[in-house]
Design a protein around this ligand. Structure first.
Ligand code: NI
Length: 185
């Protein structure tokens, strides 16, 4: 288990369609999830997808595990965001619920130091399985829906800058938010 280097935009692995997982509850899958967990925690990410550490499989993790003595913990990169439960999501399928879109700032560990305004479906239904093959089936909205759409895009080789309608809304975090102490990534 280790913190892995996060691939940055331009790497071919980030632009590929990742393969479905077919073997569950295996030591290899468990090791991958631990690596993703360690890397996400180290980088203070809201989520991370397997292709970001060079593994082209349909695996994402996101959300926060409650820490000792706390029922909930805010992500330091997104302090105003709602709590998203820690989730291992494999072979996900997303279905938008309604047509409503919401636009908000996004960053990505693979696009360090940048932020952009990205429209996403406000409400989605997502299905998939965890590392043991147990079904995950949720109806979510807001930040939770945004995180899932962002992470699952990674599995299809899509990075958030590709979804910014106006590139004037893409730039350096330190320029857009000069007075906020935000992580570099
Ligand atoms: Ni990302």
């Amino acid at each position: 288990m280790a913190v892995k280097p996060v691939l940055r935009m331009g790497e071919p692995c980030l632009l590929q369609k990742a393969q479905p997982v077919t073997q569950f509850d295996s030591p290899e899958l468990q090791a991958l999830i631990h690596d993703l967990e360690d890397t996400m925690k180290f980088m203070n990410g809201a989520g991370i997808a397997a292709p970001q550490i060079g593994v082209s499989l349909r695996v994402v993790i996101f959300g926060q595990k409650p820490t000792q003595g706390e029922d909930e913990q805010k992500n330091p990169r997104y302090p105003d965001a709602d709590i998203v439960p820690y989730t291992v999501l494999i072979n996900p399928v997303i279905t938008p619920v309604g047509h409503a879109m919401a636009t908000d700032w996004e960053g990505c560990l693979s696009v360090p130091g940048m932020r952009g305004l990205v429209p996403r479906f406000e409400r989605i239904h997502y299905k998939g399985v965890d590392q043991y093959g147990n079904t995950i089936d949720r109806l979510v909205s807001g930040f939770h829906a945004r995180v899932v759409q962002h992470e699952c895009d990674h599995l299809d080789g899509v990075l958030y800058p590709m979804r910014i309608p106006d590139l004037k809304d893409f730039g350096y975090t330190s320029v857009f938010f000069p007075n906020q102490e935000m992580q570099d990534e």
